[in-house]
Design a protein around this ligand. Structure first.
Ligand SMILES: [Zn+2]
Length: 449
């Protein structure tokens, strides 16, 4: 971790508290601190995974994997090769030669598991020579909207994946390259099967954790399932039902159906397109069941809460996975999943403020609040008090009010920095999106000091 550690945050908090004549040292609520799950890779490990390798890894008699941010899988049937996911086009110059060196057989099919660049953006490279390109019907829609929103999405992606997203001055050209438009020659609605060299391939619709266009590839004779991103990038993590970088909400019930479909298949080897394969029938079954039950549990608690008249923010705070269904929240968070389920079913209008219907937010009256409070200094004092009580998010809410009239106020920036660093400390460096967002805000705040 390069972020300023807890000691820095506490020095600042203590200094602030001393400045307002309070002797009680702040003490964050211990239950707010997140423990890092043991033995689980971090999202940022994708930046280095497989970079020490100069050849594809053979993970099964028939299956090779060239490893990078997104892996390229190849099934070598002896009569032709089938590629499953292509990795990032920015890594194709490293990964494709590894695949090409395996044998001289032609590539007959390139199957892309969904419309994220780390899975499809090198499809044309791998399909050169006339291979079929296989994608889900929903891929066409997702490719279109993601491409259309590139100017919106790229600055956001740059916050969360600073190593992988091109810097702005190269963005236009690089982004066209990163988000190519590919034209699948075979479009899958529910299932598409074919056979090469005596190996049967079943391409199955598996919507879920990373979008509505998820495909998995099943080799029934060998009970191998290629899962793309169905489990996200780490098997057994809490799924990212809404990614805060900005994409369509992913619905839990189709995901649960996909997981049930996997249990029916009963695989002995899972080959996801990130990190290493998962081996062993029992381990796979246990992981799939736990993920399914955790998603179902949260889904059902949200439904109950909605029917009990609880608001979405209350449910975000209240709903927790029970001990036996705990999953690492390294990419998605349960609280964010709660909100995406709530809003996925009900839409954005919470029947709370009428002003919501007219595009008028709280910000519109923040300057009035500052004036009524007696100025920015008064708001700052209250924000410092909230922080001292161990309520950094509440402190930030107050500072948002102050910012409406004085966005460069130094005292506001000092308190905000301490609040952000406290949140970062509490995060336990577990959830990639949370950590990278907080680091981004910390950098922005430091620039004011
Ligand atoms: Zn991916």
């Amino acid at each position: 971790m390069k972020h300023r550690g807890p000691r820095g945050a506490w020095i600042l908090i203590v200094a602030l508290v001393a400045a307002w004549g309070c002797n009680d040292a702040p003490d964050a609520r211990p239950e707010d601190r997140v423990a890092r799950p043991q033995g689980v890779p971090q999202t940022r490990d994708l930046e280095t995974f497989g970079r020490d390798l100069d050849a594809a890894v053979r993970v099964h008699d028939l299956v090779y994997q060239a490893r990078g941010t997104g892996n390229v899988q190849m099934v070598a049937t002896g009569a032709g090769n089938v590629i499953i996911d292509t990795g990032l086009v920015t890594e194709a110059s490293r990964l494709k030669p590894m695949i090409d060196r395996i044998n001289d057989d032609p590539t007959t099919h390139v199957i892309v598991t969904h419309a994220h660049p780390d899975h499809y953006s090198a499809a044309d490279d791998f399909a050169e020579g006339g291979a079929e390109i296989v994608a889900h019907r929903e891929f066409l829609h997702n490719q279109t909207y993601l491409k259309a929103l590139v100017p919106f999405l790229m600055p956001r992606n740059r916050i969360f994946f600073p190593e992988q997203v091109p810097v702005p001055r190269f963005a236009d050209r690089a982004v066209q390259w990163l988000y190519p438009v590919i034209e699948p020659t075979i479009v899958v609605d529910d299932e598409y099967a074919f056979e090469i060299g005596g190996v049967r391939f079943e391409v199955l619709s598996m919507p879920g954790a990373e979008g509505s266009d998820g495909l998995c590839v099943w080799l029934p004779q060998h009970r191998i399932l290629f899962t793309g991103d169905l489990f996200g990038h780490v098997f057994g993590m809490w799924p990212n039902l809404t990614t805060i970088r900005g994409e369509r909400t992913r619905f839990p019930l189709p995901y649960i159906e996909s997981l049930d479909r996997i249990l029916e298949l009963d695989p002995v080897l899972l080959v996801p397109s990130h990190f290493e394969p998962i081996t062993g029938r029992d381990r796979i079954r246990a992981g799939v069941i736990k993920t399914r039950d955790a998603v179902q549990y949260v889904h059902d608690r949200v439904i109950e809460g909605m029917n009990d008249g609880k608001d979405v923010y209350t449910l975000m705070r209240e709903i927790r996975l029970p001990e036996e269904l705990q999953l690492p929240e390294i990419h998605g968070k349960v609280a964010w999943g709660v909100r995406s389920i709530w809003e996925g079913y009900s839409g954005w209008f919470r029947l709370d403020s009428t002003a919501e219907l007219y595009g008028v937010t709280d910000d519109a009256v923040y300057p009035d609040v500052v004036e009524l409070a007696g100025g920015v200094d008064a708001i700052n004092r209250r924000a410092a008090l909230r922080l001292e009580r161990g309520e950094p998010a509440e402190a930030i809410r107050l500072l948002d009010i102050a910012r409406s009239v004085d966005p460069r106020n130094r005292r506001s920036a000092e308190i905000r920095l301490a609040a952000l660093e406290e949140l970062l400390e509490r995060s336990g460096d577990v959830n990639h999106y949370e950590v990278y967002w907080l680091r981004h805000r910390i950098r922005q705040t430091r620039e004011l000091l």
